[in-house]
Design a protein around this ligand. Structure first.
Ligand code: NAP
Length: 314
């Protein structure tokens, strides 16, 4: 029998992770968990977003660490881990740049109708240039409103400054240092929704932020405004957003994340022309994912040895 520590993981993990972990841990597939208790499992590695809750932790009583591949840990019951003294590791900061790049890519694509334009340019309908088609919304000089001026939000603001955008933000607490560094202005939630041409969501998914953009918030946005979500799908009420886009109450949305994820294949949102969707690609670059693999594995191995994690949420 293997002497390596047994780690529950939602397999397959990436080739990079498989290579890095070789000879250090023995992966146990989530699907093979069965019903009973598994005392031989000493670690948990969450690669996608499998749910880790109290009932799961009951069944793996000897787990010494939970390591998450990514920064968002809304799929892990942190209180259940805390009450059992199990450290939870994640990979903050490494992915700020890649996720902020994606937010800007989505913002630009929605404002300038890039995806619609791409489809049209490939289609038979494109027979001549017409200056009156696909008129979009200006990006440079527009007002950007960021919900969650944290690690990723601040990187979004930095990039937006290069486009001469005016920056508003809303957090639970103002962040004077970030304001000074980024020439950002703290405003109320309602003022941000009313004033921003582009509303970008960079908050974590918590009980407070779940559904924070619903029918009444969308109604406060202008018919020319664009919503960008690089946070988590459930921060936005999907049905309210679908109706707002269908009735052109807002101009467009660009979503890296949805609720549910993926959306049912026959969902109306998938057929609307004023929506751009990407399949949760925020941190999906070769360079960032490599660093996330290294960090999440380092957290896992540290926790298995009883050493401090490099990044610890709990
Ligand atoms: P962070 O540094 O903790 O920043 C979060 C920001 O949100 C903080 O400024 C925080 O400020 C604010 N916030 C928290 N709760 C709030 C509330 N109820 N209302 C208003 N603002 C609130 O987190 P991060 O590293 O930037 O990551 C943010 C999230 O992005 C992650 O949790 C993850 O879900 C998501 N993400 C997505 C991708 C992707 O692939 N699309 C990639 C990476 C991360 P206050 O504490 O003052 O409120």
């Amino acid at each position: 029998m293997s002497q390596l520590p047994m780690v529950l993981a939602d397999l397959p993990v990436s080739r990079e992770l498989t290579r890095l972990a070789r000879g250090q841990v023995e992966w146990v597939a989530w699907d093979s968990l069965g019903q009973g208790t598994r005392p031989e499992i000493v670690g948990i590695f969450t690669y996608g977003h499998p749910r880790v809750d109290a009932s799961l932790l009951e069944r793996v009583p000897n787990v010494r660490v939970i390591s998450n591949f990514g920064v968002g840990v809304d799929h892990i019951d942190l209180e259940a881990a805390r009450s059992r003294g199990i450290p939870v590791g994640n990979t903050p900061d490494l992915l700020n740049g890649a996720t902020a790049d994606m937010a800007l890519a989505l913002l630009l694509a929605a404002g300038r109708r890039l995806v619609e334009g791409d489809y049209y340019a490939r289609s038979k309908q494109f027979t001549r240039y017409d200056p009156s088609y696909m008129i979009g919304m200006e990006v440079h000089g527009a007002t950007l409103g960021i919900f969650g001026l944290g690690r990723i939000g601040q990187e979004v603001a930095k990039r937006a400054r290069g486009f001469g955008m005016k920056i508003l933000y809303h957090n639970r607490q103002p962040n004077p240092e970030a304001e000074a560094a980024l020439a950002a202005r703290y405003v109320s939630k309602n003022a941000l929704l009313a004033e921003a041409d582009y509303v970008v969501l960079c908050v974590p998914l918590t009980q407070e932020t779940r559904g924070m953009i619903g029918k009444s918030e969308l109604a406060m946005m202008r018919p020319t405004s664009i919503l960008v979500n690089v946070a988590r799908g459930p921060v936005v009420d999907t049905e309210a957003l679908t109706q707002a886009l269908l009735h052109r109450e807002i101009y467009a949305a660009a979503l890296d994340v949805t609720d549910p994820e993926p959306l049912p294949r026959d969902h109306l949102l998938l057929r609307l022309p004023n929506v751009i969707l990407t399949p949760h690609l925020g941190s999906a670059t070769e360079q960032t994912r490599r660093q996330m693999a290294e960090r999440s594995l380092a957290n896992l191995l540290a926790g298995l040895k009883g050493e401090p994690l490099l990044n610890r949420v709990v």
